[in-house]
Design a protein around this ligand. Structure first.
Ligand code: TXA
Ligand code: MG
Length: 316
């Protein structure tokens, strides 16, 4: 028996999927690499739902998908070389990390607080049709729960998620079957962050020699996150009584009075995740000497929030 959430792809189901995405919901869709679980990349709350559904123990930055090369070039700061790479390999199984362009609409949670964004124009016609209908960048990690293999069939996706995922567009088997190549072209030294179907040999004529991920780069091995956004100011955790020179980042109804910001006045961990990076950034400024953060529950998305807070608070 087929899962009722799996829908054959027609203009009607594509339109329904696009509406679901525009409304902040989650949709799984095929790309030429693997199935992705997508959300509106400009909506931090929608993106928080991806992390919750995947049960990811931490926030790693996600790839934002766009229907056309021009759409991607408009929201990233592409060097001439990065633009040539984009125009050569897109649409296709390649993700390019660039700095955010001024006014880049990608939510801070999508990039896990980083100043860079990973962008991809997939080659799969159904994915591009869906993305064009959504009219916004769609963040989509592989549609599997954390620690499990990436799905290449709609039935695999259905087996991974409960009703948090309402809609799975069936596009048959993914032809590549392996996640996209990720190349970081945001800095002076191009770095191959994740190997994939667009190979080193394909890229190097345009990029020159590609470095391996350094220990301090955003990922150290395929899919592995080492460094991440950290505020300039020291961060103190589990604080219930902030010092006068600290910015207080509260959580829940108790903290509203004295706080400069509140991750979620209603104890909602999805809202807190959506606010986390942008609030840390907003409080990382004079006259504050440090950022004091209230205790955040450790269940559900709270695990990933606490993981990020611990890293932000680690001595450096
Ligand atoms: O083929 C694919 O890429 C699939 C389909 C659905 O497009 N998506 C996918 O997403 O594999 P995910 O989230 O499983 O992998 C994203 C990779 C991770 O290794 C992540 O660390 C890296 O991209 N990444 C994303 N944004 C980054 C950034 N700003 N800097 C460095 N690495 C980044
Ligand atoms: Mg994955």
């Amino acid at each position: 028996m087929t899962d009722p959430r799996i829908l054959a792809t027609t203009p009607e189901t594509l339109e329904r999927a696009a509406e679901t995405l525009r409304g902040g919901g989650l949709v799984a869709f095929p790309t030429e690499t693997v199935y992705g679980i997508g959300a509106d990349a400009t909506d931090g709350t929608a993106v928080a739902r991806i992390y919750a559904a995947k049960n990811r123990p931490r926030f790693n930055p996600l790839i934002s998908h766009l229907p056309d090369v021009g759409d991607a070039l408009a929201i990233g700061a592409f060097s001439d070389m990065a633009r040539r790479v984009a125009e050569t390999f897109w649409p296709g199984p390649l993700s390019i990390v660039v700095r955010r362009a001024t006014g880049c609409p990608i939510a801070m949670l999508t990039s896990a607080g980083l100043d860079t964004v990973a962008l991809r124009v997939p080659g799969h016609p159904l994915a591009r049709d869906l993305l064009a209908r959504v009219g916004r960048p769609v963040a989509a990690p592989s549609a599997n729960r954390s620690g499990r293999v990436s799905p290449t069939l709609a039935a695999h996706v259905a087996a991974e998620f409960d009703e948090a995922l309402a809609l799975i567009l069936d596009g048959g088997a993914c032809p590549v079957g392996l996640e996209s190549t990720v190349v970081d072209l945001s800095g002076p030294r191009p770095v191959l962050l994740r190997p994939g179907a667009v190979t080193r040999e394909d890229l190097e004529p345009l990029t020159g020699p590609l470095a391996r991920p350094a220990a301090d780069s955003p990922i150290t091995a395929p899919g592995m996150l080492a460094s991440h956004y950290a505020p300039d100011r020291p961060v103190r955790l589990d604080v219930t009584a902030p010092e006068p020179d600290e910015a207080y980042l509260a959580f829940g109804a108790d903290g509203t009075g004295q706080a400069q910001a509140n991750l979620s006045p209603t104890d909602d961990l999805v809202e807190a995740a959506a606010n986390l990076f942008q609030m840390l950034r907003a409080l990382d400024r004079p006259p504050f000497r440090a950022i004091a953060v209230a205790p955040v529950p450790r269940h559900g998305l709270g695990a990933a929030i606490n993981d990020r807070l611990r890293r932000a608070a680690a001595p450096r």
